[in-house]
Ligand binder design. Structure first.
Ligand SMILES: [Zn+2]
Length: 135
């Protein structure tokens, strides 16, 4: 079994806020991400597929095709967007790194046919990232 990863980058705004909590509790739990006037992150997205290389190409999957799938189903929908307001697949979902990684998986998985999606790793900052393996 071999693993192939495509790295992508996008920028997006969000706000983390639980409307059933007080302002103080939101700030306590979410820190700067609770800012009512929004803020942005520079996200790095790593999409890893797994499989055995096709004997004719040596590829698990054509990486250009993987890039196109990510572009069409994820980046076109979230790059330079507000995750709370603009993104159909994040509707009613708190846009934490964890929830966004899972939602990105759900966007990509149905389109990867010649091998299997293995991992979606999403870096929100240099120091924080989330990984989702489909379960
Ligand atoms: Zn944030």
């Amino acid at each position: 079994m071999l693993y192939l990863t495509r790295k992508e980058h996008f920028n997006a705004a969000h706000m983390l806020r639980n409307t059933s909590w007080s302002e103080e509790k939101n700030v306590e739990i979410f820190g700067k991400c609770a800012n009512k006037n929004w803020h942005g992150h520079n996200y790095n997205l790593f999409v890893t597929v797994k499989g055995n290389p096709n004997p004719d190409t040596g590829f698990i999957m054509n990486v250009k095709e993987l890039s196109d799938i990510i572009q069409k189903n994820v980046l076109d929908k979230i790059d330079h967007k507000n995750l709370n307001l603009d993104v159909d697949f994040m509707k009613d979902i708190l846009p934490s790194t964890e929830n966004l990684a899972k939602a990105i998986w759900q966007q990509l998985e149905p389109h990867i046919k010649e091998c299997k999606l293995h991992c979606v790793k999403l870096w929100e900052t240099e120091n924080i990232y989330a990984e989702y393996y489909g379960e």
